[in-house]
Write a protein that binds this ligand. Structure first.
Ligand SMILES: [Zn+2]
Length: 180
């Protein structure tokens, strides 16, 4: 369930997970997770456009892109002792996000949802907001519906993003039930 939201991302297959005192990275088509502990990392900073995290270990420089799964969770969990890391930027960025009417995650930035990649509704897109959200929700959850997996009525937090408990579903959550 949790990765369904990310299926449309450009390079969604690298997965970052927080572990005790560090994080692990799983790249597609490999068996092993790479493990990084904070005590091995000397420096953490953003790239100049803030789309990459640059980590210096004793051995190498590791770069993580913001379309890796879990990237936004990682940047919110950088230990507090890295003088080159812009903690304030992370706070302001997370605060600036708005709720997505389609997936229900608070991840809309500049009118596009980071999680489901839907363009947020506005007058320029269509007159009917409900119809727009309904059609985008049908697209997003089409696999669930096909496979008979129930769609949760209340959105749940995903990968460091909060959920909007008031997100409305305009589609059926199963073959039999309808929520209006
Ligand atoms: Zn969304």
């Amino acid at each position: 369930m949790r990765n369904i939201f990310f299926r449309n991302l450009v390079s969604p297959l690298t997965d970052i997970e927080l572990i005790k005192n560090g994080f692990s990275i799983h790249k597609p088509f490999t068996w092993k997770r790479q493990i990084f502990y904070w005590n091995e990392i000397n420096d953490v900073r953003f790239s100049s456009d803030n789309t990459q995290l640059i980590l210096n270990t004793k051995r190498k420089i590791k770069t993580l892109n913001n379309d890796n799964i879990g990237w936004y969770e990682l940047i919110q969990n950088i230990p507090e002792n890295y003088s080159n890391f812009d903690y304030e930027y992370v706070k302001l960025f997370m605060k600036s996000l708005k709720a997505c009417g389609v997936c229900g995650i608070i991840a809309v930035r500049k009118n596009e949802c980071i999680v489901c990649e839907t363009i947020a509704w506005n007058n320029g897109i269509s007159d009917n907001q409900t119809e727009y959200l309904k059609s985008k929700q049908s697209d997003l959850y089409s696999d669930n519906l096909k496979e008979g997996i129930e769609i949760k009525k209340v959105a749940e937090p995903e990968h460091g993003f909060k959920a909007d408990k008031n997100r409305k579903l305009y589609i059926k959550t199963t073959a039999n039930k309808t929520y209006k």
